[in-house]
Each structure stands twice: as C-alpha cells, then as structure tokens.
Design a protein around this ligand. Structure first.
Ligand code: SF4
Length: 463
C-alpha cells in the first residue's frame, strides 16, 4: 500500500540534495511524493538556520501543521536539517504534534525511524554527530524526465568555525565522500542525460583532507577526474573558503574546458578587523591576491561573493572598507545580508551589536552599488557571442527561451519550439535587462568553446 509524502525544503543546495535523498529513501518504502501537506501521511520539513528569518519560517510552518495532526493522528511529522540538529529534543517539547527530529547525519536512517514512529507511535530524536560518520554510497533513482543539471554532494560539515555560523555545530566536522562514490554518481547522472553538475560542499577546497593520506584525492584531482566523464558538458562547484583556494585549483580551473569560469568566493567583509572577529583566517590583502591570481589565470572568470553587513563591532570605517572592496573586485553579483545572531554561533555572545537601522542603511547602500556594478559588467558583454546551455522557457522574459553561460549569466532569446534543456547554443548578446541578458541565436552545433590558458590569448576551438 502506498502512502503520501510531502517535503518542504528551506535553505541551501545541500538541503535540496538531502531532500532528494530522503524522498528516494522513503520512496523505496512506498511513500510517493504529493503536492500538498493536506493529503500527506508523512510530512518532512527540512530546515535551515543560517539566518534568523529562515529558521523563523520553519517554526511557523511547523506550528501550522498542528491542525493536520489533530485531523489525522496517524500523520508522521518529521523535522530535519539544521534547526533539528540545533534544537533537538527541545523541538519535541515545544511542539507536541511533532514525531521525529532528525539531524543531517541521520537522514539515511529515516525509513526505519518513520516506520518506528508509525508502528509504536513513539516520538524520537536522532541528532548524534559521530566522528566516525561516513557518507553512504548512494545512487539517485532517475526516472521520467531527468533534469539536465544536478547537484552532487562531495562532502558534509565544516571545520572552520566562523563566529557567525552554525554549520560546524549542526553538520559536524568535514567528512569527504569517497571519490569512487562521487564518480559513480556523476557517471550515472551523465548516462541518464544530465549535462551539467555542481559539486557541493560547505568548503569544497578542503575536499579529501580528512581522509588518510594514502587514500587522499585532492579537490583539483577530483575535478580532473569528474571532467573526464564524457557525456558531461559543464562542471561547477560551490562553496569555496578563500583561505583554502590553492594555486593548484586556480591552474586546474584554467586548464580544463568543462570547468565553468565562475568562482563563488565569499569575502564576508572588506575590513581586516571584522574578518579577524569573524575568524575567517585571511586578510583583505590575502583575498585580493587570490582574486588577482584567478583573473590572471582565467581572465573571463565571473566572481561572485557573500557579504555580511553589521557584524558585531563593525564601525562605519569598517563598512567603508567593504564598500571599497566592491570597487576593487567588481563582483558579477553578491549575496548580501544583515548579520543576525544564531544560537550556538560564537558571535551571538559578542557585545557591541550594530543597531538594526544602521545595518539596514548599510545593506541598502551596498546592494544599490552592487546592482550598478553588476549592470555595468553586463553592459560590457553586449555584442559578444557566448555559449548558452538551454534551461527552458522563462516567464519573466515573456515566454522566451532562457539559458546560462559558463559564467552563470542568464541569457534570454527567441527560438523555435524544439529546443531541449541541456542543449548548447551560441547566442549573440544584444541588450541587458535588470539581472540578465537578451540575445539571438548565432548558431548551434558544432559547439565552439573558449579554451583558457594561463598567460595566453583566448582561442576558439571546435569540440
Ligand atoms: S566556512 Fe565558515 S561560513 Fe562556511 S560553513 Fe564553515 S563555518 Fe560556516
């Protein structure tokens, strides 16, 4: 007998990937995904606590499910993700209609935990973080229309303890997945029509360092092996800690065509004082040197970042240094946020909190300037012909086709009906929109790609 499963996911791509894994594991126990919570026999809320707002949304959604439990006492409600890990048994005490609280390392036990909750009506938590944890071998089940791009987790957890962040507390220390499992998953995806993969981890640059030296494959070596998988067209990765960005990774990025020239390099602040209080372990000067090395080796690279404004103790002078950094780096885009206290994170106990109105004013100023820079960069691309991987039709662009360049820029263009997601085209760029570009198809196959070589001009070659 099949049962209905409803999953609500908050937060990052790691959570999205975990939700897919949970859907597959419960699918093997005859739980079929349904569109809404009302008809579900099991509801999973996969939570995020990276910012106060995301956690608050999850609490309020969980509260709203009380009425469903009253209507159907057999309904099993599960909380997973970082809020689950952070609050543990306190969540069960606070919300008596919840059945299970399961931390990120324990999601592979979900079928057994849900069955026990159903059969014995027992409420439970599974939030242990084990130093011996290994990521189980796991191949995604692919049926029906398979998306042309997918995420592949290569590691979990983080060792860095940035003082504003809960991840090391909620996801535990870094655990790298076995390279053979990663390669098996990517090959499996490529065999089923996936053309672009993004390797995921909290700090992919330190991939492999937790494994014994004899069995160690570094992140650049892993990238080279993944890029050799024939049917793949593009490989991306996220996220990178600037302190671990090595010359070897920069060289690898420049040498391998399939590695997209887009680097997300979170800076968080332009002030050395704030960076030290954040425990980021690099200075503004170190960061700028890495940006320069990336650009020297791969001149067309798009660089994006994350910035926190209003970290405790951030003065106007500190903030001005962040504004100055925007001018020096000229990011393609930036995710920027106001600092908020996160339980368990060290900065929650820091004094000298920045008043809310100062944080809001700083954020507005920073975002306005970044919008201008992003738009100026898009303007410089008009007239170029670029490679675009088709994604689908865009509602925002009035039903035109939409795709992404290797640098991850969105391009909309008119085209005949028969385009397929994952197809590669050349598009001539004609105008900019707010966060995207518009163009016309220049030609399709054979694909032209720009080879990138350190210190050499960009040349075009047939592939
Ligand atoms: S590197 Fe810092 S911000 Fe990123 S997950 Fe680790 S602790 Fe959090």
């Amino acid at each position: 007998m099949s049962r209905n499963l409803y999953i609500e996911t908050f937060g990052c791509q790691m959570n999205e990937r975990d939700s897919e894994i949970m859907a597959q594991l419960l699918g093997e126990e005859s739980y079929l995904e349904t569109a809404g919570p009302e008809e579900a026999d099991c509801i999973v809320v996969n939570t995020c606590t990276i910012r106060g707002k995301a956690a608050q949304k999850a609490y309020s959604l969980l509260g709203s499910y009380k009425i469903l439990k009253e209507r159907n006492p057999e309904l099993v409600i599960v909380v997973t993700g970082c809020v689950a890990q952070q609050d543990g048994a306190a969540l069960l005490a606070r919300m008596p209609h919840l059945d299970l609280v399961v931390g990120p390392q324990n999601i592979y036990r979900l079928p057994e935990l849900v069955a026990a909750a159903r059969e014995k009506a027992a409420r439970a938590t599974a939030v242990e973080l084990s130093p011996a944890f290994t990521i189980p071998a796991f191949l995604p089940k692919l049926e029906g229309g398979v998306a042309h791009k997918r995420f592949v987790t290569i590691m979990q957890g983080c060792n860095n303890f940035c003082t504003y962040c809960v991840v090391p507390h909620t996801r535990g220390r870094e655990v790298s997945r076995r390279p053979e499992d990663i390669l098996a998953e990517v090959s499996h995806l490529a065999d089923h029509g996936v053309r672009e993969i993004t390797l995921l981890g909290q700090n992919v640059n330190s991939y492999g360092l937790d494994r014994p030296e004899t069995a160690r494959v570094t992140f650049p070596a892993l990238l080279r092996q993944v890029a050799e998988i024939e049917r793949l067209s593009r490989v991306r990765f996220t996220t990178s800690h600037p302190k671990d960005l090595s010359p070897e990774l920069i060289r690898t990025l420049a040498e391998i065509d399939k590695l997209c020239p887009h680097f997300h390099l979170p800076v968080q602040s332009g002030s050395d004082l704030v960076l030290a209080r954040m425990n980021r372990k690099y200075t503004r000067g170190d960061y700028l040197e890495k940006v320069a090395a990336l650009r020297q080796s791969c001149p067309e690279i798009a660089i994006t970042t994350d910035i926190i404004v209003g970290f405790p103790g951030e003065s106007e002078a500190d903030f001005e240094q962040t504004m100055e950094l925007l001018e020096l780096v000229r990011y393609d885009s930036a995710f920027s946020f106001k600092y908020s206290d996160r339980p368990l994170a060290a900065a929650a106990d820091f004094a000298d909190k920045v008043p809310e109105e100062h944080k809001s004013a700083r954020l507005a100023r920073l975002q306005a300037r970044q919008e201008e820079i992003s738009s100026e960069i898009l303007q410089t691309l008009i007239g170029q012909t670029v490679e675009v991987m088709v994604e689908g039709r865009s509602k925002a662009a009035g039903g035109q086709w939409s795709g992404r360049t290797p640098e991850n820029r969105i391009v909309n263009f008119p085209a005949p009906e028969e385009l397929q997601p994952g197809q590669l085209l050349r598009v001539k760029l004609e105008e900019t929109c707010r966060h995207s570009l518009r163009g016309v198809i220049a030609w399709s196959q054979p694909k032209l790609t720009a080879r990138r070589h350190q210190g050499q001009e960009t040349i075009l070659q047939l592939r």
